[in-house]
Design a protein around this ligand. Structure first.
Ligand SMILES: CC(C)(COP(=O)(O)OP(=O)(O)OC[C@H]1O[C@@H](n2cnc3c(N)ncnc32)[C@H](O)[C@@H]1OP(=O)(O)O)[C@@H](O)C(=O)NCCC(=O)NCCS
Length: 282
């Protein structure tokens, strides 16, 4: 097993860090944020109206900086994070290379919601990740989410009786869609009805219909449940021109202070390409 922060993880390894807010007490997260966050992050942290939201943000961003530091040897406060015009964060490589880790391009993505934080890291390929809680409650239910889905996804959900099974399938689709859109860097700017997933019974993706301009076999998707009722979806690029596909997934749990061994999980090898919708405007 590779220890936490191991640089031995090669180009084919995708890593995920899952961390609950309570893994860092309030005083510690405030202290770390004070030392590690950049001006942009501090400004956002200062804008939250509710302490609960500020805390979520501080833990999430302390986690990102800790993970990037473990992976590259760049001290947490010195990592330069830049953001695309759509807000997607990227790690800027220092001009003289990184102190440690493979020279391959590092990509990362963060998701945080309802006390859960998750960061994915990959090399030489894009990653996107999303976390949602099934037990998050809310008066609106999940029907409003379904309205944004593709026709074949809505048809599938309509075959499931309303209740916890349908809610689970809905959130599985939602997290997969977010993970893919975040890997692409488009976020909610990508219409969620322009691409579709076919779900396996319990977990996993059987089929994918990509949006215009992308191909189904460019991506791998995996679903995890690091805690009961906590759904995480990961989208990872198979590899640009000639790069071997990812073949290893390591899952770390908790704030990565120490050298706790990660758990290894299986990555799927692929899924089928779902047919384009007849008569759909593409
Ligand atoms: C990315 C997005 C889908 C996040 O959705 P969410 O479910 O609310 O939040 P998550 O916790 O899963 O992800 C948030 C994290 O994703 C990352 N992120 C932000 N924009 C992103 C993008 N375009 N692509 C990938 N990741 C993005 C950030 O790390 C962000 O964390 P932060 O806000 O604390 O810095 C949503 O914010 C979005 O669509 N943003 C793009 C908006 C846009 O197009 N703006 C253009 C200018 S008008």
């Amino acid at each position: 097993m590779t220890p936490t922060g191991a640089v031995g993880a090669g180009r084919g390894t995708v890593q995920i860090w899952f961390c609950l807010n309570e893994a860092l007490d309030e005083a510690t997260s405030t202290l770390l944020a004070g030392h590690w966050l950049d001006e942009h992050e501090r400004e956002i942290a200062g804008r939250f109206l509710f302490e609960r939201d500020r805390r979520q943000y501080l833990v999430a961003h302390a986690l990102v900086r800790r993970v990037l530091s473990l992976q590259t040897g760049i001290p947490e406060a010195e990592a330069t994070i830049w953001r695309s015009s759509r807000g997607r964060p990227f790690l800027q490589s220092p001009p003289h290379g990184r102190p440690r880790g493979p020279e391959a391009e590092l990509d990362f993505n963060l998701s945080h919601a309802h006390g859960c934080n998750v960061v994915a890291v990959a090399r030489d390929r894009r990653v996107g990740i999303d976390v949602e809680r099934l037990d998050r409650g809310g008066e609106r239910g999940l029907d409003w989410i379904v309205e944004s889905f593709a026709p074949e996804e809505r048809a599938h959900l309509a075959t499931i009786a309303p209740g916890s099974r349908r809610d689970r399938a809905t959130l599985r689709l939602w997290t997969l869609k977010e993970a893919y859109a975040k890997a692409r860097g488009l976020g909610l700017g990508l219409p969620f009805d322009s691409f579709a997933f076919e779900l396996a019974e319990d977990r996993g993706v059987l089929g994918f219909r990509p949006p215009e301009g992308d191909t189904a076999d460019r991506w791998l998707f995996t679903e995890l449940e690091p805690r009961p009722q906590v759904l995480v979806s990961l989208a990872v690029e198979k590899g640009a021109d000639g790069t071997a596909p990812p073949d290893r997934l390591l899952i770390h749990d908790g704030f990565p202070w120490g050298r706790a061994a990660p758990r290894e999980a299986e990555l799927p090898t692929g899924h089928r390409a779902l047919p384009a919708l007849a008569g759909a405007a593409r």
